[in-house]
Design a protein around this ligand. Sequence first.
Ligand code: 13P
Ligand code: SF4
Length: 341
Amino acid sequence: MTADPRIPHPQWSERLAAEYAELGARLESLLPCLEWPLHLPWIDAIRKLKAQRGAVIMAHSYQSPEIFHGVADVTGDSLALAQAAADTDAELIVLCGVHFMAETAKILAPHRTVLIPDPEAGCSLASSITAADVRRLRARHPGVPVVSYVNTSAAVKAESDACCTSANAVQVVEAMDSDKVIFLPDRYLGAHVAAQTDVELVLWHGACEVHETFTAQQARHARERFQARLAAHPECPPEVLAEADFVGSTSAMGQWLAKERPARVALITECAMADNLQARFPEIEFVRPCNLCPHMKRITLPNIYACLRDLRHEVTVPPAVAARARGALERMLAVGRRERV
Ligand code: 13P
Ligand code: SF4
């Protein structure tokens, strides 16, 4: 963990270890050996500062276990975090995830302050398309509505009719009431959606740099060598999804595990998912592919602490862009409103 040299490193103590014994017991098995004593003082310091500031910490499923279990108040997939941002009463939101998630929170909670611990936490999907690209697509396909995955910038959302996440993409596409929809930017999620609907999709060429590296051979190996069931994120290539027993968003994978309770499972997605779900399902054995999202991993306990202490890295969206992007996000929330998980 890289600490900010300007921040004195909080100290471990026996008293602290006793106070957090329950969390320690839960986390120790999920963390590399000896990390718990390093994380604990930061967790304690962040919890105290969070209470003083009246802040809510929201963490995506791909955040490391010490963040996901140690300091987050709200956890979940992109849809759950968007819903939580729209609903929160807290004046201050710290979004532990990537930049488009913090922008989404700001757009849906315009009167709240939204901070991101590292503003460089990007996403290969969000950077694959610009607002000008969307305008060109519209010009090429006049009258065809545009559905954007939430993994896009606010400027791209502002050019879109509706947003979607991997949890509600089919529903949103079908709610557009059109035979044809421009669906962007993930070509793999797009192909997965296209296979489940009669709506014709015009796709963009974006891909997630983490999920596109999985192969069908790896998936078969996990099943045959370890007798594991397979759950895959729809950002994976189609040949990988074809091997999977279940395809769904990060939260949907948790729901599937709760229902199926397999003895052994391989989660074909970012590797923090397995760590975070292991705490919820201690009886399930997780086969762990280790594909890290380098952007998600820019968020650390020291930079969460620094962001809360200095109220730094505020996320802002120009009001005119935010107003149009909010329309697209609200259309999604109206279609796919569901219980938070
Ligand atoms: P979810 O919508 O499933 O949380 O996925 C977001 C993401 O960035 C996956 O790579
Ligand atoms: Fe973006 Fe992929 Fe990282 Fe998700 S895992 S934030 S889609 S780069």
